[in-house]
Write a protein that binds this ligand. Sequence first.
Ligand SMILES: Cc1ncc(COP(=O)(O)O)c(C=O)c1O
Length: 386
Amino acid sequence: MPELNKLLKDVEVPGTRQMANRVARMPESIDLTLGQPDFPTPQSIRDRVMEAVGDQPMKYSHNRGTIELRTAIANFYKNKYGADYDAADEVIVTNGGSEALDTIFRTIVNPNDEIIMPAPIYTGYAPIASMLGAKTVLVDTTDTDFVPTAEKIEAAITDKTKAVLLNYPNNPTGAIYPEETIESLVKLFEKHDIFVIVDEMYSENTLDGEHYSFTSYPEIKDKLLAVNGLSKSHAMTGWRIGWLLGSAEMVEKLTLVHLYNTLCASMPSQVAALEALTGALDAPVEMNAAYVERRDYIYRRLVDMGLDVVLPKGAFYIFPSIRKYNESSSDFAIELLETAQVAVVPGAAFSEYGEGHIRISFATSMENLEAAADRLERFLSRKSEE
Ligand SMILES: Cc1ncc(COP(=O)(O)O)c(C=O)c1O
């Protein structure tokens, strides 16, 4: 085989998928690795698409997406966060949040640049940075309940820093950022000539309190690149619709990278997204009620098992510590799967600061959670007797 891109050398299948692939071969196990809602896409969205596919030609849209959808996205930010984004020049509809992130990285990053990321961190970012020859600089949040502080971020900034990337509600920890944290970070970012990338993919799955968005702060609009989408909020992972927001100057450049990659997001999915952001804006409310019930249940069970765990206030993951069992999270997860038939993701999949933890997804039925908690409890008591 001719030589491949050298930068691919260190890139692997993410730990989340590795575990999901392993569990697919074990049908008797209970799968708590899932990073997607267990609900169907709301009916009105599916109906709208069926109609549209029947009577519209489904050609390419504008590279940035249909103006109707971009307007709905801009309105969403205006109504929710008081943010001013111009639908024509400051919004791009992408193939999921993933393509938005890829577009941002490829627009701003040069080899040897540093990107600061509070960790534990979602598996999707560092590989994109490394494929571009950039370096990920992790900031440990394990001693501050998984919320970074402005002091910690500032200490990581160097003259090579190109961007800080923040994700909240956080995958894998479920942490949300309090308003004071956002405000102190905004003050920090005002002082530095760096980009601020925010991945708010779980903003609509805030389970306690409120989601505060950096888009509410015009003072950093020129450096802010905000990513969101419908995969989680509207149970639309397979539809592949996300978006990014930025200043008009940045969106002009981002559009070039996006258009040479994909021309435009899929048209039937753009129709679906327009319905999600107009007719089905409240869809997450019902799903969140179920997530809260499951979250409270699994949190209580983990506490009763004697595990050290932070109550997640957003997303649909919980991230207990398994440090007291003195083994790697990967060994722990494999043993749990093979001997107790419960699949979770080893914390190490989310960087070295995730080590010593496991990620449990509660995007699954209460019945599954109850059975999995019973199995985990028996597994842990056998372990304590060893
Ligand atoms: C934090 C975070 N960002 C982005 C994504 C990717 O989202 P999408 O399915 O819209 O590409 C995920 C998916 O799990 C995620 O957890």
